[in-house]
Design a protein around this ligand. Sequence first.
Ligand code: FHN
Length: 430
Amino acid sequence: MTRQSDAVKWFTEARFGMFVHWGLYSIPAGVWRDEVVGGNMYSEWIQMKANAPHGVPAEEYRALAREFDPVRFDAEAWIREARRAGMKYFLITAKHHDGFALWPSKVSWFNVADATPFGRDILGELRRACRAHGVTLGFYYSHWQDWEHPGGARPKGPDDAPAFRQPSDEAFERYWEEKCLPQVRELMEAYEPAFFWFDNWRKDELLTPDRLDRLIGLIRATDARCLINSRIGTTWNHPDGDAAVDYRSMGDNSFPKERIAEPWETSGTMNRSWGYHRLDHGWKPTGQLLRHLVDNASRGGNYQLNVGPTADGHIPIPSIRRLREIGVWMDVNGEAIYGTEAGSVPEPEWGRVTEKRGPDGSRTLYLHVYDWQPGRPLELTGLPGRALSCDVLETGEAVEIQQDGETVAIALPDTCPDDRIAVLRLDVGS
Ligand code: FHN
């Protein structure tokens, strides 16, 4: 990464953010004329997945814009929900692969103001709410795939299906200059996002280093503090690799098993689809989502948890339930997540460790206990100094410790404060 600087500091300290996939695809919500989007269930892909191998005819898909009227949309309510869950930043699909813009773009008619009865500036309302609640705003922008512009990249598919035919290099260049760069400029100038989340997941000759440099250069020139993620395509398509950007994005729901020193994040779903899918009932339990958050924090990374609002603009109840359950845990244990670093001790079998370092070399280790067995002491090895004291973060109850060299044994109280993840705080002297 180029900038381990203070530009990226807010991001690594935040650790937890909300990702939102919302657009025209939220109307069919995974079902096109009785045909259910199966496989990975990504409802935002309905345009390409339904009616195989042709996909939904372009005019039919675009006609969805005339139905887009999310009367229940309330930017304040969404951002309050994110805050309540303990999320410090908010990321939304300004434009997904279908090419539809959630702001009144002057660059393309295919946007919320010109093509829908709703007509409101969704991004503008969200920006105001984010500012009011101290939540940092960022945008997902599909820079590579664009299924509306004739020059946008298409997914891999059957060779004989026109919907999957790749644009020529010239056509892609037109798309880049006519739509991608001007829209990113619009977003930068009108909404001043703190970061972009671009989306490319393989090598593609259309994403030349020169094109990537033009896009990166535009952002840097407009606001040098605006962060850029690696899925802009630097991993596979740029000679400097991810050193050209600010933070690494892992694959969808991919959680690394080891510590990573550079800033990074995993974006993950609560069920399977990113956009709202009315038949996707595969909701993950809150405990699993919390483990992803803690696993990532303990390995130096962030977690961006997705919600897919419905076409009328509300966040589905199963998502709200999980957000609120996470919020209660964060209220109690946020200290063990925000502003922490990856644990420097060997990762224990019974859970995970995050830590904070004091200026005098002392440390506070947060022990996230996944497997709490009263009467069986926890063992932590590789301790960097003398263990001074330990308590249960939720209750403040003191916990007995016994140190032998670099190993400390911690006697667990009989009552586990939280059967999802209980957290102990261990102070270690320099
Ligand atoms: O194709 C997209 C998908 O719809 C979704 O936006 C995810 C989010 O990480 N990104 C792509 C697949 O990796």
